[in-house]
Write a protein that binds this ligand. Sequence first.
Ligand SMILES: NC(=O)c1ccc[n+]([C@@H]2O[C@H](COP(=O)([O-])OP(=O)(O)OC[C@H]3O[C@@H](n4cnc5c(N)ncnc54)[C@H](O)[C@@H]3O)[C@@H](O)[C@H]2O)c1
Length: 446
Amino acid sequence: MYTEGMKTTEDRSSMSAMRQSTDTLRVGVVGLGYVGVPLVNLAARKQHPVVGIDVDTKKIASLNTGAYKGTELYIQPEYLHKQQVSVGVDFSALRAVDVIVICVPTPVTKDFHPNLEPVKNACKAIAPHLQKGQLVVLESTVNPGVTRSIVVPLLEHAGLQAGRDFSVAHCPERINPGDTKWNVSNIPRVVGGLNQQSLELAQQFYASVLDAPLKPMQTLEEAEAVKIVENSFRDINIAFVNELARSFTRLNIDVVNVIEGASTKPFSFLAHYPGMGVGGHCIPVDPYYLIEQARANGFYHDFLSLARRINNDMPSFLFDRLGVALNEHKLPVNGTPVALLGLSYKPGVGDTRESPALVLLEKLQSAGADLHIFDPYIPERSTGTSLNSALKGAKVLVLATAHPEFGALDFMALKQDGLEIVVDGRNFFDKSAVQAAGLTYVGVGR
Ligand SMILES: NC(=O)c1ccc[n+]([C@@H]2O[C@H](COP(=O)([O-])OP(=O)(O)OC[C@H]3O[C@@H](n4cnc5c(N)ncnc54)[C@H](O)[C@@H]3O)[C@@H](O)[C@H]2O)c1
């Protein structure tokens, strides 16, 4: 499948000629995760032959056997096999494509420094195979300047010159795993190019796969900044309501009721809700990329840094609140049976990257709680096989992820079984129903 019908280097004409028939573009996707796999499937559905490359041989095997799992529409295995797709670990397959899209991770280190190694490694692996006329697009989230100052020089290592021999663009992905409305196909995008030709080629490629508007940006750096700003905006707004939650706990005011009151204003207020922390591969990660880059250029992002600190502290806040509630019930953390519901960073997915539930888990573990864990999306990390088995005999219920499966609990019955305290890390339960059952309710700011 890699070579069948593919053009050779010699007979592939320039990108502009390639663009005359966008319906037959050969697409290479490097990095097959939450972002890469939906793109592979989307491009294939738009009749582009697709090569997917990843360094993880287990993942390649699971994609090839159809065992790869995900909730997003364009991640379903049946999309992969019915289309002209091949996946593997051999970067030389990229020689035969027209467009290479890089979708590798951009994490932070344990002490919150950007880790661009996957991006650098992907570029180094692509470079020897780069062909004249190809377009390389970086979709991974990066701080402004990475595409121009890191990606381009690594690709040029092959002796080809960016902007002359090959084109380069940045088109940040905005996918929201688990979202049933917004997906890789219908989310509007922005794109920036190294030069005019790069921009135009990228626009043509994305126009051939997306069913959504595409906004051209003036520069690569603007396109890179858009994504970081979007996620920082969300991080800051969540930090604000998390701070309110902490303050209102002292003032004995229900922050959720207040936010709902403020939401009646029809303009200039955008409701965000507090919770026990921010997780995932984007919101708690991306701001650090800007913070570090700005610092290297002599600017300190107080606001962004504070938001990160507030959100990172939320599992500790909830743990402390649990300690207060246990104390009131004359119970120690050590040895008390605690049902921890949810490990993933958000409802409906099994992704635990940067999940605050893991921070809380660690705190409960090191304090000696008798933990019973259940996450329906992560059976391998659950201690029991069902919700009921996790709740059996628990004195404390801690909800860390608002999975819909946790929505129908019978608090009266749980109280009869010995439950005393409900710690609602997502303000998910009906507080009055919990209290009406005679249980102590601990929410985030309520
Ligand atoms: N997950 C999201 O919701 C989301 C949304 C929008 C943007 N993004 C951004 O997209 C990028 C990818 O995120 P993701 O969630 O898909 O990551 P992921 O971890 O799910 O997948 C990345 C894949 O890249 C592979 N990989 C790592 N190094 C590689 C290399 N050198 N060569 C080839 N493959 C390599 C990994 O094995 C993995 O399979 C990140 O920059 C992220 O910030 C993620």
